[in-house]
Design a protein around this ligand. Structure first.
Ligand code: SAM
Length: 189
């Protein structure tokens, strides 16, 4: 299938850029599926930073990448993505945010509008020219709706000379389907 869910669409948008990526970021490690996707589709020398605030998420991601023998590429960080600039000082080629809560985990430990916007602000500064950022947002529940609105408002305020920004979503799906934002950095600010 060509038309799939927002996260798989994010994978489709970034996969060709991953082939030459030196540094990539999974801003929300969760159960590690996106981190694993990044690991599988980047060269062996690529460094992948994966952030999460939940020890369980970091443990799940560590287990998954070890099962696939990618641990040498992954830097697992138990900290908020709002602090990512403390850990990264090189240009980022590709970054992913998959917002919301840990599947199968505590729904109250969801991403939050303030820290999400702060983290997006930081990653946009770190992004290499030509670099790609994807943000999958979930407006289907109240907290997620507020976060999606905050992301949308923030992104629509960015200069088009610096960033090319699009969004993707299903149009015939009930219950406020996920929205995927895709941001490409055109030039340094
Ligand atoms: N990418 C994951 C995967 O492939 O399984 C799914 C991510 S899940 C939808 C969202 C994750 O964001 C949760 O694991 C949650 O703990 C994490 N999270 C919430 N607030 C965060 C923050 N401030 N910094 C980093 N991660 C955060």
């Amino acid at each position: 299938m060509v038309v799939v869910n927002a996260v798989q669409m994010a994978h489709n948008f970034i996969i060709s850029r991953l082939q030459a990526a030196k540094l990539v970021v999974d801003a929300t490690a969760g159960n590690g599926k996106d981190t694993l996707f990044l690991a599988k589709n980047t060269p062996s020398t690529t460094v992948i930073f994966a952030f999460d605030v939940q020890p369980q998420a970091i443990a799940n991601t560590e287990l998954l990448v070890k099962q696939h023998q990618f641990q040498h590429k992954i830097r697992l960080i138990l900290d908020s993505h709002a602090n990512m600039a403390n850990y990264i000082d090189q240009p980022v080629d590709v970054a992913m945010f998959n917002l919301g809560y840990l599947p199968g985990g505590d729904h109250t430990l969801s991403t939050c509008p303030d820290t999400t916007i702060e983290a997006i602000n930081q990653i946009l500064q770190l992004l290499a020219v030509g670099g790609l950022l994807t943000v999958a947002a979930y407006p289907g529940y109240e907290h997620g709706k507020r976060e999606c609105q905050a992301v949308h408002q923030y992104l629509t305020g960015l200069r088009q000379q610096t960033f090319a920004i699009g969004s993707w979503g299903m149009v015939n799906q009930t219950n406020s389907p996920p929205v995927l934002y895709v941001i490409e950095k055109r030039r340094s600010e």
